[in-house]
Design a protein around this ligand. Structure first.
Ligand code: PLP
Length: 399
């Protein structure tokens, strides 16, 4: 008989969203006529805009011609797309060779586990996007004690009391990797330049690495707030940045992302991280879809950038409607200004109690903050990804 990966049994009960779906299904079994509205999963809802669609279509058509057909591409991605990301998104702060194109930020987070192995100690913001913790647990960062979920995982509380930014001082437990998401999923918090400088300095002082997830960076509206960690002096000595076209231009179904590994980033023993990452990508990945990459190229042209802005403003418009409503109804609401997520405090109710309350009373599906870690208890996450009519219908039910 084949033995199961022993770490699988250390994962918490079920991944958050299946549980959310299970409860929504249970309601529908009891009241099949209920019309559920989802403010839950962070999936884009608006159609692809015309210029980016054309970029995809043109390449798809070219693939059906003798001269335009291409097979496997470079595992690292099209040179043209790496260059375009370097120039358009990073304004030259990172070199094209430091950009690795991929099929999703989630997949890259999982591949990063291969890069570091199971012997590292991982720190996460609490609450956090569950993939950082779950991939770390699957990899075995749970120590040698059976059933010990937290052994090699350090939770850094990020709550309203500390403005959702962790206290980083001599009492912070040791760690090798710190996963940090800005703008944050789930809290919607966004960091100032000073906060990010503190983060980079602290990680450097600890001799650790920062895995910086910037999947929502285009939602940052204030030019004084950094959109990439590489705007921060010293970041190239400690940081890896993950980003994605998913929430930028609605590519959640198309699949396209990238990871930046600075050339000078080195392991304690001396070898460069980029060499190992290149080895992992060339071993485990055969390159992102050529068609998707052409869509990404289109998105970074002046026409594409305008389309990105229109989409971002649309979802932020949804966020504002939700934020105004919940604030006026007396809730304490965080996020939703530079991020497509709102974190709503649910006084006198646990997250799951509040989830059930909104589900049963208004037939509105939300996401319990506690599903993102113990620090999310007492909050609900609302997603601003939705059709405008859906958001308006949700608000009219709540009135
Ligand atoms: N990182 C964060 C913080 C996310 O919220 C998500 C998706 O919701 C991802 C990464 C995954 O992005 P992708 O669609 O590129 O896999």
């Amino acid at each position: 008989m084949v033995k199961r990966n022993p770490h699988m049994s250390k994962l918490s009960g079920s991944y958050l969203f299946p549980e959310v779906k299970k409860r929504a299904r249970a309601l529908l079994e009891k009241t099949p006529e209920a019309k559920l509205i989802s403010l839950s999963i962070g999936d884009t809802t608006e159609q692809l805009p015309p210029f980016v669609t054309q970029s995809l279509v043109q390449k798809a058509i070219a693939m059906g011609t003798a001269s335009g057909y291409e097979g496997y591409g470079a595992e690292q991605g099209l040179d043209s797309l790496r260059k375009s990301i370097s120039e358009t998104y990073y304004k030259g702060l990172v070199a094209p060779e430091e950009v690795f194109i991929s099929d999703g930020a989630k997949c890259d987070i999982a591949r990063l586990q291969m890069l570091f192995g199971s012997d590292v100690i991982t720190a996460v913001q609490d609450p956090a996007y569950p993939v950082y913790v779950d991939t770390s647990v699957i990899m075995g960062q749970t120590g040698s004690h059976t059933n010990s979920y937290y052994d090699r995982l350090v939770y850094l509380p990020c709550t309203a009391e500390n403005n959702f930014f962790p206290v980083l001082d001599e009492n912070t437990p040791p760690f090798d990797l710190l996963y940090f998401c800005n703008p944050n999923n789930p809290t919607g918090a966004v960091c100032t330049k000073q906060q990010l400088q503190k983060l980079v300095d602290f990680v450097k002082e600890r001799g650790a690495f920062l895995i910086y997830d910037a999947a929502y960076s285009v939602y940052i509206q204030d030019p004084a707030l950094p959109r990439t960690i590489f705007e921060i002096p010293g970041a190239k000595d400690v940081a890896i940045e993950i980003n994605s076209f998913s929430k930028i231009i609605g590519f959640t179904g198309i699949r396209l992302s990238w990871t930046v590994i600075p050339k000078d980033l080195r392991f304690e023993e001396g070898p460069s991280v980029i060499t190992d990452w290149n080895r992992i990508m060339t071993t485990c990945f055969n390159g992102a879809s050529i068609i998707a990459q052409h869509g990404g190229l289109g998105a970074l042209t002046p026409e594409g950038l305008k389309e990105i802005d229109t989409l971002v403003q649309f979802y932020l418009g949804n966020a504002k409607l939700l934020k105004d409503h919940f604030t006026q109804s007396g809730y304490e609401v965080f996020g939703g200004t530079h991020a497509p997520y709102l974190f709503v405090k649910t006084p006198h109710q646990s997250s799951w109690e509040a989830f059930d309350h909104f589900l049963y009373k208004y037939n509105i599906v939300t996401t319990p903050g506690s599903g993102f870690g113990p620090g999310g208890e007492g909050y609900l996450r609302l997603s601003a990804f939705g059709k405008r009519a859906t958001i308006e219908e949700a608000l009219s039910r709540l009135n």
